[in-house]
Design a protein around this ligand. Sequence first.
Ligand code: FAD
Ligand code: N01
Length: 546
Amino acid sequence: MSASSAEPTISPFDAVIVGAGFSGLYMLHRLRQLGLSARLFEAADGVGGTWWWNRYPGARVDIESMEYSYSFSPELEAEWEWSERYATQPELLAYLDHVAERFDLKRDIQFKTRVTAAAFDEAQSRWTVRTDRGEAVSARYLVMATGCLSVANRPDFPGLETFKGKTYHTGHWPHGGVDFTGQKVGVIGTGSSAVQSIPKIAEQAAHLHVFQRTPNFSVPAHNGPFDPAFLADWKTNRAQYRREGRENGFGIRALDSSEQLAVETPPEEQRRVYEERWARGGFSLVGAFADLIFDPAANATAAEFVGSKIREIVKDPAVADTLFPRSYPIATKRLCVDTDYYATFNRDNVTLVDVAATPIEAITPTGLRTSEADYELDSIVFAIGFDAMTGALNSIDIRGRGGVALKDRWAEGPRTYLGLMVAGFPNLFTVTGPGSPSVLCNMAVAIEQHVGWIADCIAHLGGRQLAAIEATAEAQDAWVAHVNEVAEMTLYPQANSWYLGANVPGKPRVFMPYIGGFPAYREKCDQVAAQGYEGFALSSAASGVS
Ligand code: FAD
Ligand code: N01
């Protein structure tokens, strides 16, 4: 397909990148280093991706900043100082803006431009990419750095349009912030975004109602400024610590994964281990025992430990009970990392409403009605999550060989080879796509590995005058089968999580990320490349397959 004569056509590029978050920025940098021309399109009017959009009160990273940051440039690492153990959203945004300035990336980024369509021209082995500004641009490679959690779920509660107050979505927070002082506020949802924002909103609001459908497990962050000794140690040992992060199954060094099994550990020792990790804070609790995500009996020990902490912190036993998740194993929905979440329910101005027991029936002009009561609200915060992993890709009309639409190909769930490419869609790369560790990993680690692999692959093609690379259907089928097989070995499929698409009505129930562990995955990607891109078909401009 070529651009029609009516639409403005931008000169061709070697590559188009979509998205200016962690992924897109680094991709642009790597392609520049290869001497390639690239144009990056970004819907927002600044860089940052997740950290540009999610500005709700309390938004911050839940993986320690020393690890949730780029490692590709020792100079960048040396010059950037994080102020806290878990950086806030403004600090993360400032960091990504600094990266964009430092590597002079903005001159190739077109902001406030949404990519709406992309079609592969088989004769030319090139993509034509269209935007909401009516432009068309041709590129050899198309890299989707569109994010796993970048399409916010739309609230579709009956009566929403009648509400006279203000509504907010955590994923599209107003840039000037929101002052809830003196207001009656309702938060719908209790995932990570809610768990971070609820304590902050409670500090301002006259009254806060939290509408909880499914409780989440949460562990304390124990956030704070860095201990100078900790910082000095990191500076001395940074290369080793980064390597240790990459060697961890979840890409997180601080997880400190133990090989000990909970089921072989006496209860008093289990308790000691959990207490020690609770005191450390963050995800380290999940690293306590090697069988937590595999064995229901082991998992129950961790769940019960967190339950005991909830009962310790929350004064009202009925509220503590409602906050304790019983419908899924711990960690099979993303564990939340909080500051004062459970303690917030001790405040006189906070009420927990169990909307699993008393479902939301409607939003009314003055608030919200459940099957049991009417709640008067001035503002409603929707902390209802995202159409994860496939949402951003499926909202673009992507057409591969024979004009086949990606969203049709994925009608029964996403299928990829290594989460990097899709059979039938040559030269289309997905950064942290479904079928890769992505959201089950420290995303900074996952992104650097993916971008590095894609850049090396493009260099390989360029060096051999090859025009196209495409996953074979056989390799893709085998990979999808493997992704499903390893997921089934764990307890993860037991939860109705967004990992499975269960949070979006009608979305196929497919476990989307790869849970075989980041090191095994990276090794597989390296092997595939070393063996001449095994499982991919490479073709020359004359379209002969090599
Ligand atoms: P994003 O940051 O999502 O960027 C994608 C960009 O693509 C967006 O700016 C979007 O506007 C743009 N885009 C999408 N579609 C189009 C289109 N059609 N046209 C133009 N532009 C488009 N991960 C962790 O590992 N640790 C954490 O602590 C952590 N915290 C998180 C907190 C929140 C609130 C959220 C929502 C996610 C968090 N994540 C975390 C996951 C986070 O998304 C990744 O860590 C990372 O920021 C993803 O970077 P990205 O560049 O791949 O995608
Ligand atoms: O979204 P979620 P999120 N009626 O999907 C509820 C990352 N992140 O934005 O579980 C009533 O987790 C829904 O209930 P249920 C992180 O990867 C990280 O909070 O479907 N309730 C759930 O409670 C995270 O996992 C951080 O029953 C409704 C909530 O809304 C991911 O982003 C911070 C409902 C949605 O929770 C998504 O997190 C923020 C309805 N109709 C995000 N619809 C960090 O800490 C949905 N819900 C770094």
